[in-house]
Structure formats: C-alpha cells, structure tokens
Design a protein around this ligand. Structure first.
Ligand code: AMP
Ligand code: ZN
Length: 486
C-alpha cells in the first residue's frame, strides 16, 4: 500500500517514507505516564500528539495495535535509578497504599484523556502486571553477557554492549564525552561503569513494593518494563516507538540497548518524539512546579490564567502546532485558539443548512488532496487546520449565497469534515456537552408555554429574559419554541 506518508525518524534523523513491517497491521508503542501524581498539560500534549498519529494511521486503513503502558512501579525520582521510589514517597505522603496511589492517578489520567477526546489504546499494560516478563528478559540479557549482578542488583553493562553495538544510536552523542560528563551517582559505587544502569534493584527492608527474583527480593528498573511489554505485545521488531523528547537520551536509549542485547535487533523501525509544552520558555514539568493541571485550565483557577478554556479549545491550541515544535503556553494564544475553534465549529454546523444549487464553485477533491498531503508530511496538523479554514471560507460563502455547491459537492464536503475534523484531529462540538441541558431546557420551555397559555405573561417574560442573561436565546414560531446558545 503506497500511503504517501512520510514521518521523521529520530533514529535516522530524517523524514522517511512509512513502510510498515507487516501491513496492513501496524504496531505502535508509546511510553505512558508514571501514575504517582496528576498528569499536567505537558504530558497531555504528548498523548494528544500520539492520538493524532494513531487516528491518522487508522484513517489510512492500517490496523494499528497501539500499546501505551502505565508505569506503576520501579520509577525512582532520578531517571538513572537514583533517589526514592516515586510511588512509595507519594503513598507515605497521602497515607495510602502504593496501589491506591496507582489506582487514583490512573483513573485521573483516563478522565483527562477522555475530556481531550483521545481514543483509548488497544492495550494498556502495567509494569506490575509484567514482573515475570521483565525477570525473563533480564535473565536473557545476563546470559547473553550484557548484564551482571552485584548484591541483589542487576546492572546493564554499557561498556560491554558498546563493543558490539552503538549505545548512542538514538541521539548521536559521543560516548567518550558521555563518560566524561556523566556524574557518579551516590549509592551506586558497586557499578562497573558510570553509564551502567539498573535492570533489577535490590529491595531495602522498608521498600513497599517488592517481588521475588533469582537475585533476591527487589523491583524492576524503569527502562526494562517498556522493553518487556513492547516485545510481549508487538514482537521483537515493530513499527513505531514513541514518547516525549525528554525520554530519548536515557529511557529510550536504554530500551534500545536492552532489546538489542536480548534479540540482537533494533526493537522499532521508527522512533518518534514529541516536543515539549513550555511556560515562558521553560519546559512544563512536575519538578519545575509550572505544571497546570488540565482541571485548572478548564476552570481558569490558576494564577497564570485569565479565564478558563474548554478542553477542545486547549486541544485545538495543541494541534495548531506541529508535534515536533515546542509550544509555549500563553493566554493570548489560547484566546486566539478559542476564536479559531469556534469559527471552525460554527461553519461545521452550517453544513446541514446549505442548499444545493448549480455547479460547484470550489474544487473539493483538490482540497481533500491538500488535507492528505499535509498529514502525509509528518502529520502536519497546523497545515491541515489551515486547509480546513479554507473549507470554512467556502462554507460561509455558500451559506451567504456568494458561491454554489452541488449535491455531490455537498457529500464530499461532509465527508471531508467528518474525516479530518472529527476522525483525524479528534475534535468534537462542545455546544451539546452541557450534561442534560437539553432536557432541562425542554422542561423550562414547557413551563413557559403553560404560563403563556394561562396569560401569565409576567412569568413567561421572566423565563425568557432569565435565559437570555445566561446566553440562551428562545425563538417562538408557529411550530413552537426553540432555543440556541448565543
Ligand atoms: P511521565 O509521566 O513524567 O513519565 O511523562 C509522560 C509523558 O509525558 C512522557 O512521554 C514525557 O516525555 C511527556 N512529557 C513530560 N513533560 C512534557 C512536556 N512539558 N511537554 C510534552 N510532553 C511532556
Ligand atoms: Zn517507556
């Protein structure tokens, strides 16, 4: 299938034609959240970006198996296996079981992604559910000669691995410089080399989550879970591996080393990395303390926010930037996105009101081709959105009687909007999202009609004016009363 799709591969540092290993199946693994606290908007940007990629690959007709893990154990505070266990620390702080922490923040993560209208992955495996697979993988790495055990902790031997493989293949860093610039970590003096990283970590007596293993009681290092779970569900070689850019230097570099040490092959053909959401130029992160919670953004309840923005406004703001560009948060940018999104949705709702007449004034096939070209160019959503604003201009012109559309043209336009606005970008019309607003309004309108029938005009006016004040306009006609939002 010649799909025309080109994507940027971090591994080769260039845009490449996308040729799946086993079309029409596509395997995609994305590193999921570490569920020890609320996800912030930066995390959401990465998952919204991969949702776009998942949606577009599915739109092209691929059967995508999208695996996104949940890290629920083994992630220490430092990316190099140093510091406290994030889950244990949080569990103590909140006086909960570690698994209560995991449950609480997994549910929160799902709820936030549901608000952003992202599709669920095909499989969402957890680290704690795959301890056996991780132990088996570590055993194989040891027997292949690329790991060693000291006092119940197993380390990956980067020096030995580098004799045969390129440890820095993903980031193209100079290995000698890395040795020179990497600091020794306290408490890990037993390691042979300072770049060596833990595959299995010996438990301390107070460690809350620990499992038996051939090396004694302990828990897996962070990196091994993704190697074990991607292989289990997608095979030793699969198509796409993704995550935020910040994961490339350590987590993904180590994942490649582990998988290659086991299977003697690169796990993923294409490595894709999303760029960071920043606030005043600084990367949004939990540790920097500049992470908005999505909830704060929706309610406007944060010092840096002028007001609240709806989930689709925020998603539209994210999609207006290419996934490999940084995106800086600002009220002005969000306000512009809010206007743009409303304009797009207003035009979309007008489609059903267009009347067909005469020849098409516009070439809808050419527009569709341009939409596809945008997405085929490394999932370029900002260019796609610019094309969709062309569609908005066309719709408005037709509605205003300045241009024509045929019945066939109307079908094409409807299909284009369905495909690109809803299926690919995953936007949705929020005007009907007010819970059971419709049912409540139907009831209020019924009461007003009864008041009018009883000639109680004071009450009927009170209802009409009251609704108007909260942005609901009533329109009376022979057929009855209808309502709309201003
Ligand atoms: P974590 O829960 O910290 O492991 O992060 C989950 C995902 O969010 C990872 O893929 C990170 O790379 C990504 N991420 C973290 N901070 C940001 C940010 N500021 N912008 C975009 N993605 C981020
Ligand atoms: Zn991972």
């Amino acid at each position: 299938m010649d799909n025309g799709l080109h994507l940027y591969n971090t591994l080769t540092r260039k845009k490449e034609q996308f040729v799946p290993l086993h079309a029409p199946g596509v395997g995609m693994y994305v590193c999921g959240p570490t569920v020890y606290s609320d996800v912030h908007l930066g995390n959401c940007r990465t998952f919204v970006s991969f949702d776009l990629i998942f949606r577009y690959l599915s739109h092209l007709g691929y059967k995508v198996r999208y695996v996104r893990n949940i890290t629920d154990a083994g992630h220490l505070e430092g990316d190099r296996d140093e510091g406290d266990d994030k889950f244990a620390k949080r569990a103590k702080l909140e006086q909960l079981e570690p698994m209560e922490i995991v449950q609480k923040y997994t549910l929160g993560f799902h709820e936030v992604l549901r608000m952003f209208n992202t599709l669920p992955p095909s499989i969402e495996p957890t680290a704690t559910g795959h301890i056996l697979e991780q132990i088996e993988m570590i055993k194989l790495i040891i027997s292949n000669g690329y790991a060693y055990e000291i006092n119940g902790t197993v380390y990956f031997d980067v020096k030995k691995y580098s004799e045969k493989y390129n440890y820095t293949i993903l980031t193209n860093r100079n290995l000698e410089d890395m040795y020179a610039n990497t600091r020794e970590l306290g408490g890990q003096d037993e390691k042979h080399g300072r770049l060596d990283f833990a595959l299995w970590i010996k438990a301390k007596p107070e460690t809350l989550m620990q499992w038996p293993s051939p090396w004694g009681l302990g828990f897996p290092g962070w990196h091994i879970e993704c190697s074990a779970m991607s292989e289990k569900y997608l095979g030793a070689e699969f198509d796409i591996h993704g995550g935020g850019m910040d994961l490339a230097a350590t987590h993904h570099t180590n994942e490649i080393a582990q998988s290659e040490a086991c299977n003697h092959t690169q796990p993923a053909k294409y490595w894709m990395h999303t760029n960071m959401l920043t606030v005043n130029g600084v990367r949004m992160s939990k540790s920097a303390g500049n992470g908005f919670l999505p909830e704060e953004l929706f309610t406007g309840n944060h010092l840096l926010l002028k007001k609240g923005y709806s989930p689709m406004t925020v998603k539209f703001f994210m999609l207006q930037a290419h996934y490999r560009s940084t995106l800086d948060f600002s009220n002005e940018a969000l306000e512009a996105s809010e206007k743009g999104f409303k304009r797009l949705m207003a035009a979309v709702t007008l489609i059903d009101k267009l009347s067909v007449s005469g020849e098409n004034s516009f070439d809808f096939d050419a527009l569709k081709t341009r939409c596809l070209l945008a997405m085929n160019d490394d999932f370029n959503s900002p260019v796609l959105i610019a094309e969709l604003f062309e569609a908005v201009r066309m719709i408005n012109n037709i509605y205003d009687g300045k241009a024509n559309i045929s019945a066939e043209g109307l079908n094409k336009l409807k299909e284009l909007v369905q495909n690109f606005v809803f299926d690919v970008l995953g936007l949705k019309d929020e005007s009907n999202d007010s819970g059971n607003l419709k049912e409540v309004l139907d009831m209020v309108i019924q009461l007003r009609t009864e008041a009018k029938e009883n000639k109680d005009y004071a009450t009927s006016d009170k209802i009409r004016i009251g609704l108007q004040q909260i942005g609901i306009k009533l329109k009376d006609s022979k057929e009855g009363t209808t309502w709309s939002k201003e």
